[in-house]
Write a protein that binds this ligand. Structure first.
Ligand code: ZN
Length: 354
């Protein structure tokens, strides 16, 4: 399922084989929360050479219905996407005050912001939703505390996350007809001792992959990486590791050096919506007046449609006009940048020059 083919220090390049895709690792997943990206669709992901996207099981269930997607033949068919798909459990939605009503040891109570319908999600129910949706890899339900809360709250989140992880695994094994991979998630905030403890507990269950949850929430970078370092020590080398929510290129490189294989973030799509075009020489704020008559491509080295066919002046004009097509084209370039970044990282690991 996961094969490491090259190593450079703690960094590794390999292949994660899923039911629908052979994903070259390390890899980055753009966010397709509702089975579609913001301003981009599956064809755009394909053009950007995206290998895998991440969707959200809870949001999909509330907006489409997990049974509807199952009856349609699964999320790949629904969104006409042949690459890999992960679904998150919805744990991240605990961050949304519009949606979260509370947690108990038995699960999470959500409210649909549209219409106010209540929904109690147990670990078993969450596995069933994610099995219906049919992603290649699914995530355990976890209890994600906000950044900056006291240690007692982190301990409580670990207790729930660990209990739910066991229940998710047991139920997943019982119903896993689509050969989906299940990733366990460790919590522990930015306390290295708690992170280590949580990583140990999650690693003791035979998950297909291991993830870091509850990080990249605005904490200082050093704290985040200290937590990752502490957790990594307890995780077996042979399992794929996923640092959830990380997408800033410099942070991806740092985490890859620690042995992380998988990432997701809204970073490339969100920056695109703020007129920012990513390049290996830093981001270009295309809305700035200096680009108004610049006939050069955004990035000469990039092979995306925007860089092959359009000028900085035209992209500047679209940014100033706030045309929806401009949002789409900037997103397309940034997605291709992320794929190129990961291509470079994999190559660097193979020649041991990361
Ligand atoms: Zn480009």
């Amino acid at each position: 399922m996961f094969k490491i083919k090259a190593e450079d220090g703690n960094a590794r390049a390999g292949v994660l084989k899923t039911r629908h895709a052979k994903i070259k690792t390390p890899f980055f997943m753009p966010v397709a929360t509702k089975a579609v990206g913001k301003f981009v669709d599956s064809e755009d992901f394909r053009k950007a050479k995206t290998q895998c996207v991440i969707s959200n099981s809870l949001i999909l269930h509330m907006n489409v219905g997990s049974r509807t997607i199952d009856e349609f033949g699964g999320i790949h068919k629904f969104m006409n996407w042949k690459g890999g798909v992960f679904t998150d459990s919805g744990g991240f939605q605990m961050y949304s005050e519009h949606m979260l009503m509370g947690t108990t040891m038995n699960g999470v109570k959500f409210k649909n912001p549209k219409g106010g319908k209540k929904f109690f999600c147990t670990p078993e129910k969450n596995m069933e939703l994610q099995h219906d949706i049919g992603a290649d890899a699914i995530m355990c339900l976890d209890d994600m505390p906000k950044f900056g809360v006291k240690k007692e709250r982190i301990l409580e989140s670990m207790k729930k996350t660990h209990e739910w992880a066991k229940r998710c695994k047991t139920h997943h094994d019982r119903i896993n007809k689509k050969k989906q991979l299940l990733f366990g998630i460790c919590q522990g905030g930015t306390f290295p001792d708690l992170r280590k403890k949580s990583a140990e507990m999650i690693s003791s269950i035979d998950f297909d992959g291991l993830a870091f949850g509850g990080l990249a929430l605005g904490e200082p970078m050093k704290k985040m990486f200290d937590a990752v370092k502490a957790g990594m020590k307890s995780m077996p080398n042979e399992k794929p590791k996923y640092l959830m929510g990380v997408g800033v290129p410099s942070q991806i490189i740092e985490a890859v050096k620690m042995g992380v294989d998988c990432f997701d973030s809204t970073y490339p799509t969100m920056t695109a919506r703020h007129d920012s075009l990513l390049t290996f020489n830093g981001a270009i704020d295309i809305g700035k007046a200096k680009y108004a008559d610049d006939e050069n491509p955004v990035d000469e080295e990039c092979d995306c449609y925007v860089c092959k066919k359009l000028s900085r002046a035209y992209m500047h004009f679209m940014a100033r006009q706030k045309t929806p097509t401009g949002y789409r084209l900037r997103t397309l370039h940034n997605l291709r940048f992320m794929s190129r970044l990961m291509e470079r990282i994999r190559k660097a690991i193979k020649i041991q020059s990361l």
